[in-house]
Write a protein that binds this ligand. Sequence first.
Ligand code: R2B
Ligand code: URA
Length: 329
Amino acid sequence: MDCTCDFILPTLKNWEEHYDNCKIRWLSRGETKFIKNNDGTIILRNEHVLKMKVDVLYHLGFDTQTHDLPSMFGDVKFVCMGGTKQRMMEMAKYMSNLLGVECDLVNLVKHAHRYAMYKVGPVLCVSHGIGIPSMTIALEEVIKMLYYAKAKDPIFIRIGTSGGIGLPAGSVVVSSWGCSGTLEKTYEIAILGKVKKYSAYFDKRLSQELFSISSDCVDFETFSGGTLAANDFYRGEGRTDGAFCSYTETDKLDFLRKLKSMGVLNMEMEATAFAAVTRDAGLRGADVCVTLLDRLQGDQVTPSKETLTVWQRRPLVLVGTYICKYYNI
Ligand code: R2B
Ligand code: URA
């Protein structure tokens, strides 16, 4: 069987040989049908949608009748997603400088009043809001959009913020896997009244490639490990500073130490779903987050606005450097 990997970086010693969506790996997982067309375009895994004459991507404000999605997005190779509109505009500005591609910084989905989307040549920067439901709506609509656009084997990278567990604040974490609030490495979603679980491992080769870029990023430390995706910022992340708290400081620290012993390095609110949805769509996905505090030291996010601004650029720098390697810049 032929390898179908569209390699971003050449293989280094001890790296995973293939991406998860390589034909060799995909079929070895017990899947019967391969997920990409020969030219790398996406195969949508929903027969219902395939039968629809017109598809309305409601939260993006696009539809397949009014918008020429192939000419708008057919050249997209990298999709960078993050919580805030502001950070995604920053990413677009940053990529525009790095790639030397002009970008008028127009929010392409402004009329839908939900998210922000900026396009800089082959890089799409999309905000997804806070938490799994908001993120998966944006992600699923972007996946369908790129399916209609016939984009070729795009890579999805979340660039976010998080709370670290025993790491110096301001460190960057490249996630190997996501873990749920019940400490399973799965994304759990209730479908038709039943809870379904999907594997939340990120593409190993992609995370290794991204982590390797950290040697170019000397201004901050980068780690690779697990990420807890909580369904709530306060009690869901074991904080004692929310409007409610029924446990002690000791209970909290026991929980954080348990996470640490499992290999969890940071906590945010999307990793499991981001891993599972990209993986099941046959797309490569990664999560690169800066830590805004060390949760073993406290719960409140106290650094100054200036410091937070500097720190929040760190995942952008790592991912931007990675993208430039693909284009030999
Ligand atoms: C990190 O930061 C947000 C909460 O403040 C959430 O979207 C996340 O994952
Ligand atoms: N985002 C989170 O979800 N948790 C933190 O502690 C910081 C940012």
